[in-house]
Design a protein around this ligand. Structure first.
Ligand code: FES
Length: 102
């Protein structure tokens, strides 16, 4: 089983928006939402754009390059040209720190 890693203080997340972090060599997008914090690979699986530069609304991240979109809760593609499930990771908050299982 993958370990939980401390990533960022929860208070440093942009509220209801996406925050870019690095975990080891990987760029990860953290999404703050009213129903919790979600995490995905930051680079879009369609053409490699940085989703952290996209538009985030509710639970949907829209890619800045071709406007493909994903539901951040489970990675489901919800708008073309995105067709493949986005890689997502479990998150939790422990002692004020966001942790990601990765
Ligand atoms: Fe994200 Fe094309 S790179 S939709």
């Amino acid at each position: 089983e993958k370990p939980w890693r401390d990533v960022i203080k929860a208070t440093r997340l942009e509220k209801n928006w996406v925050t870019r972090v690095e975990i080891g060599p990987r760029l990860i997008a953290l999404y703050d939402t009213p129903s919790g914090i979600y995490a995905s690979l930051a680079l879009c699986n369609h053409g490699g754009a940085d989703l952290c530069d996209g538009y985030f609304d509710g639970h949907v991240i829209e890619c800045p390059l071709h406007q493909g979109a994903f539901d951040v809760r489970d990675g489901t593609p919800v708008s073309a040209p995105a067709t493949r499930v986005m890689r997502v990771f479990e998150t939790r908050v422990e002692n004020g720190m966001v942790q990601v299982r990765i």
